[in-house]
Design a protein around this ligand. Sequence first.
Ligand code: FAD
Ligand code: SF4
Length: 508
Amino acid sequence: MKRLVLILGDQLAHDIAALRFADPARDVVVMAEVRGEGTYVPHHPQKIALILSAMRHFAADLRHAGWEVAYTRLDDPDNTQTIPGELLRRASELGATEIHATRPGEWRLITALDEMPLPVTQHADDRFLCSDADFAAWAEGRKQFRMEWFYREMRRKTRLLMDGDQPVGGKWNFDHDNRKAAKPDLFRPRPPRFVPDSVTAEVLDLVDAQYPDHFGRLRPFGWGVTRADALTALDWFIDHALPRFGDEQDAMLADDPILSHSLLSPYLNIGLLSPMEVCAAAEASHRKGKAPLNAVEGFIRQIIGWREYVRGIYMLHGPGYADQNVLGADRALPALYWGAKTDMACLSHAVAQTRDLAYAHHIQRLMVTGLFGLIAGISPQALHEWYLAVYIDAFEWVEAPNTIGMSQFADGGVLGSKPYAASGAYIDRMSDYCGSCRYKVKDKTGPDACPFNLLYWHFLLRHRDRFQANPRMAQMYRTWDKMDETRRQDTLSEADAFLHRLESGKRV
Ligand code: FAD
Ligand code: SF4
């Protein structure tokens, strides 16, 4: 009896669990482009194009390797436009009675497969370095989760950057040497862009026709869509950008949206690269003397630390992680997130580059769009849907913990010990945005005061009961209490007026 083997658009690895289990002599691989997956949030057109083109290339590779592949195109007339619908259609067409899948990275799909009327085996997704069981064992009995402790375990487990049982360089973390501001540099190397081949060109036309209303520019499209492209992108990063990665990790420049970031997250997240090969390449570069330890350690920490940690938390929590809202934030998402004009230069730059590239680096997501959402009291669910929609690398297992947990503190501090709240001074220190802004970052109150300065205090005061006792935040409350009474009143009333303007849809 035939069995179906489901391969989803973010499972494009030849050694993925379901394929390792399956037998090309008797099983049929099912891959399906379905409207439901492109529209449950309005995904950026570049993200849809990346996934569809990578799926088509991957299906061709599988056929070449001897697999029978039942592939549904988005505009096939028989397409039921959902994953369960396509599995049932293929099962009845091919007489299959059993389905094998690699466990999806979203509870939405895990549940949909569990509820199928045919038996579905969901094989553990072992592309991750920490299994769900290992994460649960690590978390067991801990009052608080802290990424740094998890990361050290992962260093020991993977043996990355270890000399015996000690970390290379004598320290686990070299962040002290990172986090510098950056200067525009015409000679900063530019990452490779990939010219669309005929498969990608056809997909681009399809996406253009099918998703005309989704936020974001489809062209120019320069993402890689095959494993060979992804390896080219990896090699380029290791040779050209990794040495500066640490220094420039937290910096933001208006005319350089990428700086020395890797742009590897989409390839990692859809299966074209594995986390271990990426980290091993970075470590080898350091051992050959080509990249400094602060850069390589910082980069590896993002992958075996943060990436594995957020997935562990998402899977451990179970369905509903993204529904949390402990701070009770309920303001609607302002139109400026969808490109409406704003006078705040930092937000204007971050959203414009998101529209053009489907990409913003971590600090832009955390300390510009995320920070504004947090201190303005925007609904974390509205932000979650926005982040899930607009970024090329967004899949719920990684996006939701970063948005709901790290950026919005809506999980009550499971992921991080304090909210990432800050005034405009942080953005000014790490970017060149403020110089061209209509607001003045040095103004704390008054008609030109930077909105981040006003909203920062408004946020802290709204949540005083919750945060005052937090040792990492108590100093801020003492500063507020010592502030001149007039300034305190002006700050809060101007913040209220700003929020009122924001809510009424006026340009801010
Ligand atoms: P680099 O800066 O070059 O970092 C190297 C790699 O480290 C990345 O490719 C990524 O795989 C990993 N990494 C770095 N930080 C994180 C992190 N916090 N969590 C998980 N992995 C990390 N990342 C996603 O992959 N998908 C998302 O949907 C996503 N949503 C986010 C939403 C918010 C609100 C925030 C604050 C962060 C989000 N991140 C997400 C994490 C991070 O911003 C991106 O991984 C990173 O910007 C990807 O660009 P890059 O490949 O150039 O990363
Ligand atoms: Fe953003 Fe304030 Fe700087 Fe303007 S002044 S760019 S609003 S931080």
